[in-house]
Write a protein that binds this ligand. Structure first.
Ligand code: NI
Length: 182
């Protein structure tokens, strides 16, 4: 049976679809994204509930990262995002540094550290990130950092992107669990 007939997404890499870059962003969309960021650590913790070493060492798809690597990747990625937004808020269109997320996910701690460490990190990080975002004024939402490859990105666009990114990776784990019956 095709994945589509089973009601599964066609591309296992994108269980909630790819990020759709909006033309304009309104205050409701920003609030909704901030809410997603606020809720994400708990959703991630729930998605990991009861998984043992073997499950955490299972790739979420053929050739993909293990569940453990996914969790540490989210922490890596969101630490970068938090720093990029802080740079945008405090410097004049700063050029940010790219990082090789695949290479980071192969460093020893990404392969071996307990997921709990990144869960706790994300709980603290998202608490500060959300507190920072909730206090922004209109001018601050439109401040930018410059990605060497993708160009200028506003704080509001980055917020929507990482809200999507949070849901995207939680869905990898919940879909894997549904597929495996865990
Ligand atoms: Ni990612």
């Amino acid at each position: 049976m095709s994945a589509e007939l089973q009601g599964l997404p066609e591309d296992p890499r994108y269980p909630i679809g790819r990020f759709q870059r909006p033309q304009t962003i309104n205050a409701d969309e920003r609030s909704s994204a901030v809410r997603d960021l606020a809720e994400m650590p708990e959703l991630l913790r729930n998605a990991l509930e009861g998984l043992g070493e073997e499950e955490l060492s299972t790739p979420y798809r053929n050739g993909g990262w293990t569940v453990r690597q996914l969790v540490h990747h989210v922490a890596d990625s969101h630490m970068q995002a938090f720093a990029r937004v802080r740079l945008a808020l405090t410097a004049d269109a700063p050029v940010i540094v790219r990082y090789d997320e695949k290479a980071w996910a192969e460093l020893h701690d990404s392969l071996a550290a307990p997921v709990e460490w990144s869960l706790e990190l994300l709980e603290s990080l998202h608490a500060r990130w959300v507190m920072m975002l909730q206090a922004l004024n209109e001018e601050q939402w439109h401040r930018t950092f410059v990605h060497p490859e993708h160009g200028a990105q506003t704080v509001e666009l980055a917020t929507l992107l990482y809200a999507w990114h949070a849901r995207h990776h939680v869905a990898h784990i919940t879909h894997l669990r549904a597929e495996r019956g865990w």
